[in-house]
Design a protein around this ligand. Structure first.
Ligand code: GDP
Length: 356
């Protein structure tokens, strides 16, 4: 081989090796970018979403998420250490703690009456002893109702989600769909909020992310027909649970409530299928959220409340007001934006997290 040919060959080999290295670097950078962009906005398809679906469930510790409400309670209750006896000021501290945590005036006053009676019966003299007594009182106040989510004995189960826009309906549906899928029940999401095109897009996006099927209609389509189609599809696809997203706003409140009633009637056409009507309430809106919730509860027979965003608020005491004023059990609480950030509501765990 001539020296010139050998030199040309050598240069060729270097150029080829350089090109291969550059290609390899480019691919690994792209893979890293995709991995880093793994949030809801970035995951556009089932492939992008699959890492989050495959991740093992990681139930969040309630204590870690309720720091704001706990801090509010402990600031006011901490003042009890400065009192020598259970005087008016001591009771004021307890009252202030409950009101600041958004337990609401009526429920706070009832709880205080019970606490006074209990303190007298137990002959409590030390103000600091009011704290464990209050803790017991709260657990007892929340004890009793059935907080489980029910499934139809045979055929598909339907759970309807209602509530004001922005409260966290779509996110909650996705979180629950994922839980059902993990439990071996396929989930079908019905995009019955046809009032906003973005709502169906968002639900579809979440369906991809958690591995659920979705049924949607055109913008402005009859929401009842979406529910009807979803229930038919559920039979055909063997879906275990149909989770129905509904509108949270329409031209008027009357329109909205009438439409929700209609959606409910369609879901009831399959006997026994409709097992839950879940009202989603945003805990950060406190007592205002409660007023809105009353309107939904009056229109559709609500079976349970999902209280979202408990992680971002000092108003966690709203749980007590909801149960007292709406007489509907809080069944689940949302404590973050990730798919695993939804936990069944357990009064003892909740109260322990507020005082721990
Ligand atoms: P929708 O309009 O009722 O369907 O509400 P979305 O599901 O779109 O939620 C509205 C916003 O609330 C989104 O940014 C969610 O990520 C956020 N969100 C929902 N649930 C929770 C929760 O439990 N905690 C926190 N911090 N954010 C939540």
């Amino acid at each position: 081989m001539s020296p010139t040919l050998a030199a040309v060959l050598l240069i060729g080999i270097f150029v080829l090796a350089g090109a291969l290295i550059a290609l390899g670097l480019g691919l690994s950078r792209r893979a890293r970018r995709l991995e880093e962009a793994g949030g809801p906005a970035a995951a556009t398809g089932a492939d992008a979403a699959s890492p989050s679906v495959a991740a093992p469930p990681r139930p969040p510790a309630l204590r870690d998420r309720l720091g704001k409400t706990r801090a509010t309670l402990s600031r006011s209750l901490g003042a009890l250490t400065g009192h020598r006896a259970i005087d008016d000021e001591a009771w004021d501290s307890v009252e202030e703690a409950l009101l600041l945590a958004d337990v609401g005036v009526a429920t706070t006053s009832r709880l205080l009456d019970d606490l006074r009676a209990r303190a007298a019966a137990d002959r409590i003299g030390d103000p600091e002893q009011l704290v464990p007594l209050l803790r017991e009182e709260l657990v007892e106040d929340l004890a009793g109702p059935d907080r489980s989510l029910h499934h139809a004995p045979d055929g598909p189960t339907v759970w309807l989600f209602v509530g004001v826009n922005g409260t966290g309906k779509t996110t909650t549906i996705a979180k629950l769909a994922r839980r059902e899928i993990d439990d071996g029940r396929p989930a079908l999401l019905a995009a019955a909020d046809t009032f906003r095109a973005a709502a169906a897009d968002q639900l579809t996006h979440w369906a991809d992310r958690v591995g659920a099927d979705v049924v949607r209609g055109q913008e402005g389509a009859d929401p009842g027909s979406v529910v009807f189609d979803a229930m038919n599809a559920a039979g055909g696809r063997g879906a275990g649970v149909v989770l129905v997203d509904t509108a949270g706003r329409m031209h008027t409140k009357v329109n909205l409530m009438e439409e929700l009633k209609k959606v409910r009637r369609i879901a009831e056409r399959t006997p026994g299928a409709l097992q839950e009507v879940l009202l989603v309430i945003d805990a950060t809106t406190g007592q205002n959220g409660l007023t809105q919730a009353t309107q939904f509860a009056d229109a559709v027979d609500v079976t349970g409340v999902v209280l979202t965003k408990l992680d971002g608020t000092s108003k966690g005491g709203i749980v007590l007001a909801i149960e007292a004023e709406l007489d509907i059990p809080v069944k689940l609480v949302g404590v973050g934006e990730a798919p695993d950030d939804l936990v069944p509501f357990d009064p003892e765990e909740f109260v322990a997290a507020l005082f721990a």
